[in-house]
Design a protein around this ligand. Structure first.
Ligand code: COA
Length: 171
């Protein structure tokens, strides 16, 4: 599969139950809420964008984006997960790139997230894609951000600035 092999699509009635069926490993349960809970949150927030991540025809993950109303152009990546059966195959990296590409195509200039400090795999992945720690801690979680310049004409995903560091688009 190529680097474009993961795509994100809005969760629909047809994919809802399968999305809820995606699970992380038992030792990862403290890192992310269940997708059932996340979909409940999404229903309460009309501006939320729950996204199903597909690798070919296989549903492999889930992301939840929520625009930040007080910061124009900013969106919160509230949840991100790859199903336990699909992890370790490079799909988390490809899934994040698909989510970032979507954010950028939608005109977002900042993606914000928070991560449990012990979640070294996720932190390493985010850093490698250009996210940087903001220095804030929210509910015990480390806040990270990726910002693109408003006038950026580069079409690659991992070229964040500000709190983040530049990342190779091939990673
Ligand atoms: C974090 C998560 C999305 C990564 O998904 P994934 O499909 O396993 O990730 P990938 O296979 O794309 O690997 C991404 C990087 O992490 C590394 N990695 C993945 N699993 C690893 C492990 N168990 N130990 C060490 N490194 C690991 C890979 O080597 C890769 O780095 P590289 O590209 O420099 O080689 C996945 O582990 C997950 O869903 N975890 C539970 C939920 C979670 O923590 N979400 C984030 C909340 S903020």
């Amino acid at each position: 599969m190529t680097a474009t092999a993961v795509r994100c699509e809005p969760v629909t009635a047809a994919t809802h139950d399968a999305v809820i069926g995606l699970k992380v490993l038992p030792e990862q349960k403290d890192f992310v809420a269940s997708n059932k809970r996340s979909m409940k949150l999404a229903r309460k927030r009309p501006e939320a964008e729950p996204l199903a991540l597909f690798h070919g025809s296989e549903l492999v993950g889930f992301a939840l984006l929520i625009p930040l109303p007080d910061t124009p152009g900013a969106v919160l990546l509230e949840r991100f997960m790859i199903d336990r059966r699909a992890q370790g195959r490079g799909l988390g990296r490809l899934g994040m790139r698909a989510v970032l590409e979507r954010c950028r195509a939608d005109g977002r200039t900042t993606v914000r997230l928070s991560v449990v400090p012990g979640n070294r795999v996720a932190i390493g992945l985010y850093r490698s894609l250009g996210f940087g720690e903001t220095g804030e801690v929210e509910d015990g979680e480390t806040v990270m951000e990726l910002t693109w310049p408003d006038t950026d004409t580069d079409t690659d995903t991992g070229t964040g600035t500000g709190t983040g560091t530049a990342a190779s688009p091939d990673r």
